[in-house]
Design a protein around this ligand. Structure first.
Ligand code: SAM
Length: 219
């Protein structure tokens, strides 16, 4: 078992500026750990986490991959999250994290089209008003707009809509965290029917009033 990354370098007050790992984060960590053998077999060379926050997920992924030549891009709209992600990697002996402050994959597409072997996204999924979406501060951690789907729905067509916008490599895997209100079954159907991808719910867990899911998407 790979230990959860050490986050002792992050001060309590820092969590007023960056998302503090919570049950959703840990469900994503568990899904990656569950697929440890599969991920290692894939020998990923380029990974991407969208919305990396503290950097906890990418740091664990880098430990699973275990290849010093692999590169781990992260994006976040919040500049402090990018800084924290880098620090978390270094604090845990991971030097190959390259944080990029951008929305979703704006700064890296189409350069990295079809190059991402492992893609992770624990998105802002909370149902809010449309007006709350789009901040660059801590609110961006949760504000998901209508059905909590506004940020998620900006990304889904990019996974496979046309060749120039494909993100995943042919053997790539996308791990997406959703909650009940995001209509995970509908996302699975959308990925299958509209984008002709394989998609299934591989984990689900209740966290207080929230029911959280991991959807796994592949070509
Ligand atoms: C629920 S938090 C998850 C943080 C971390 N990955 C984790 O699991 O603990 C969502 C993250 O997405 C970021 N985010 C929100 N909108 C974004 C966007 N359009 N592009 C990139 N990152 C975004 C937030 O700043 C926040 O860090």
């Amino acid at each position: 078992m790979i230990p959860t990354p050490d986050l002792s370098h992050i001060r309590k007050e820092d969590y007023e500026r960056v998302y503090e790992p919570a049950e959703d984060t840990f469900l994503l960590l568990d899904a990656l750990e569950e697929d440890e053998a599969l991920i290692q077999q894939l020998k990923p060379s380029i990974c991407l986490e969208i919305g990396s926050g503290s950097g906890c997920v990418t740091t664990l992924l880098a430990k699973i991959v275990g290849n010093k030549n692999a590169v781990f891009f992260t994006t976040d709209i919040n500049p402090f999250a990018c800084e924290t992600t880098q620090q978390t990697g270094l604090h845990n002996g991971i030097t190959q994290i390259e944080p990029i402050r951008t929305s979703l994959v704006d700064a890296i597409m189409p350069r990295l089209k079809n190059r991402i072997d492992i893609l992770c996204f624990n998105p802002p999924y909370v149902v809010t008003t449309h007006e709350e979406v789009g901040s660059m501060g801590i609110e961006a951690s949760w504000a998901g707009g209508i059905d909590g789907r506004e940020v998620i729905d900006q990304l889904l067509p990019l996974v496979k809509v046309c060749l120039c916008k494909d993100i995943l490599s042919p053997q790539g895997i996308f791990y997406l965290l959703l909650i009940n209100e995001n209509k995970p079954d509908q996302v699975v159907q959308l990925m299958k029917e509209t984008y002709k991808m394989n998609a299934k719910i591989i984990m689900e867990r209740r966290a207080g009033r929230e029911k959280q899911f991991i959807v796994k998407i592949t070509h």
